[in-house]
Ligand binder design. Structure first.
Ligand SMILES: Nc1ncnc2c1ncn2[C@@H]1O[C@H](COP(=O)(O)OP(=O)(O)O)[C@@H](O)[C@H]1O
Ligand SMILES: [Mg+2]
Length: 180
């Protein structure tokens, strides 16, 4: 490592819709070294780019088929590795509900010998529904119905740091900064 040039890190932020991942990602990224902070990669934005639509344009359900989602996670990992190899930190904002999705990004950082931290945000369904309902002009297409269905997801073994996201955005950010 070169003095004055801190090594980049990858911070992955997972959690179901409405847990506050995107708000946290935006708040955390500027403080991650090296300057000027981390690049934020959002699965929601990558999906919109893949289909050549604007960030806030709604995609049809077919854009959320498992094979498309797998492709999005692959693109996310590839983009993250490219940015990291250029010496910049990355915040990866995606649900990461499946163990395989979490393992893939962790493995990629291990190969690059880049430090990895995974946070998984949790809060109750009522809070998530409230937040999803309040969201405006966001790249996420998740509706209350989708947010409700996610309660049935099998998250599997979680070896990421679980963050209680039921408080204010500031409280969530603080927990993550302490954990880092
Ligand atoms: N900790 C929080 N407390 C209150 N509202 C929040 C919190 N985090 C996010 N929000 C609000 O809830 C909505 C959804 O948050 P968002 O970050 O988009 O969730 P996610 O990306 O996990 O789906 C946004 O309108 C946001 O302003
Ligand atoms: Mg989001």
């Amino acid at each position: 490592m070169v003095p004055g040039h801190p090594a980049p890190i990858l911070v992955a932020i997972g959690g179901l819709s409405g847990t506050g991942k995107s708000v946290l990602a935006r708040a955390l990224a500027p403080s991650l070294l090296p300057r000027p902070g981390a690049a934020v990669l959002r699965s929601d934005v990558l999906r919109k780019q893949l289909f050549h639509v604007n960030e806030t344009d709604r995609l049809p359900e077919s854009a959320y088929r498992p094979e498309i989602t797998a492709q999005i996670y692959e693109i996310l990992t590839q983009r993250a590795m490219r940015i990291l190899s250029q010496g910049r930190s990355v915040v990866a904002d995606a649900v990461f509900a499946e163990q395989a999705e979490r393992e893939a990004i962790f493995e990629a950082t291990r190969r690059l010998k880049v430090r990895f931290t995974g946070f998984f945000l949790r809060t109750d369904l009522a809070t998530r529904l409230n937040r999803v309902g309040r969201r405006e002009k966001d790249a996420s297409d998740a509706t209350a119905d989708i947010a409700g269905l996610q309660e049935r997801y099998n998250i599997g073994a979680l070896d990421w740091t679980i963050i209680d996201a039921s408080g204010t955005p500031e409280q969530t950010l603080k927990q993550c900064k302490i954990a880092l």
